[in-house]
Design a protein around this ligand. Structure first.
Ligand code: G3H
Ligand code: 13P
Ligand code: NA
Ligand code: ZN
Length: 328
């Protein structure tokens, strides 16, 4: 059945678990994630970015989301817009059946300029007003994701924030977070504490200087009843890097967010954990393997099926680790 983010995260808070939010762009990802949710009896958040919506087509996406709830009627599915960049993007998502939208007012609609407080409050509040009329949940974001190692917003993955940021912007301030939630009425709040999107988050295993989990603890102390969201939460496992590189891929050594740091977050109010990069690596590693092991192969099912199996395995591991398993 379809469920809102609010319903799902309220249950997660009550029972002390976290929910992975996996990005989807196609049928294979949707089916593989659902297979893992079913296999572990987990509720799930399927999220689509603006890029995903453009790739799949909103109508196709809408029917795909309906299809997965028809195939797995007993699994609660939250259909979430990842990083909506303006109110109209959120409204068209609602029109196409999303049960939750993110209005990311931490950057301007151009995706590369850090926004000021007034802009963020204004656009987020307006989405909350509209979405809540429609029974849809809202995620907002305060603070700019980026690297505390380099002091830049959104290091290395293309949709970067321009210029060197004030270090203060890269860490969400707990007092401001409380004020932001009160003024915008969001159901969940994404915070900045050193994670960034993509594979290249940290140049070494992260410590507290570059992954400031204490900021999450401080925000949770200030806002014990607000559902917190961690973006950029792929762990970028070494074994996935190894498979990718073994079969001709080129990824330089890199570190993501260790699972134990995510679990620490879940103990302190983190309820939604965004994961895309790990899913991409799990699938692409298998595509590389199959195509390089058998250069005569040209049936897409022959590489997509192993890709789906690898994605399912990754999702199962996250459901088990975050305590989502058994909560459907
Ligand atoms: O925000 C980043 C997510 O990984 C989605 O990425 O915009 O390339 O679909 P995307
Ligand atoms: P990763 O790139 O770490 O998977 O983060 C995904 C994300 O935050 C989507 O909003
Ligand atoms: Na999101
Ligand atoms: Zn994100």
């Amino acid at each position: 059945a379809r469920i809102t983010l609010r319903q799902l995260l309220d249950d997660a808070a009550e029972h002390g678990y976290g929910v992975p939010a996996f990005n989807i762009n196609n049928m294979e990802q949707a089916l593989a994630i659902m297979e893992a949710a079913d296999g572990t009896d987990s509720p799930v958040i399927l999220q689509a970015s603006r890029g995903a919506r453009a790739y799949v087509n909103d109508i196709m996406l809408k029917h795909m989301m309906e299809a997965v709830t028809e195939i797995y009627p007993h699994i609660p599915v939250c259909v979430h817009l990842d990083h909506g960049n303006e109110p109209s993007t959120c409204v068209t998502a609602i029109q196409h059946g999303f049960t939750s939208v993110m209005m990311d007012g931490s950057i301007l609609a151009d995706g590369k300029t850090a926004a000021d407080w007034d802009y963020n409050v204004k656009v987020t509040r307006s989405v909350s007003d509209t979405a809540h009329w429609a029974g849809v949940s809202v995620e907002g974001e305060l603070g700019v994701l980026g690297s505390l190692e380099t002091g830049t917003g959104e290091a290395e993955d293309g949709h970067g924030v321009e210029g060197k940021l004030d270090p203060h912007q890269l860490l969400t301030d707990p007092e401001e977070a409380a004020k932001f939630v009160a003024e915008t009425k969001v159901d969940a709040l994404a915070v900045a504490m050193g994670t960034s999107h993509g594979a290249y988050k940290f140049s070494r295993r992260p410590d507290g200087d570059v992954l400031a989990m204490d900021v999450i603890e401080a925000i949770h102390r200030k806002l014990p009843n607000t559902h917190l969201v961690m973006h950029g939460s792929s762990s970028v496992p070494e074994e996935l890097q190894e498979i990718f590189n073994r079969f001709g891929g080129r990824m330089k050594p890199t570190w993501g967010v260790p699972l134990e740091e995510i679990l620490r977050g879940i103990r302190h109010g983190v309820r939604k954990v965004n994961i895309d990069t790990d899913c991409r690596m799990a699938m692409t590693g298998q595509v590389r393997r199959v195509l390089s092991e058998d250069p005569t192969e040209f049936d897409p099912r022959k590489y997509l099926k192993p890709a789906m199996t690898a994605l399912s395995k990754l999702c199962r591991e996250r459901f088990e680790a975050f305590g989502t398993a058994g909560r459907a």
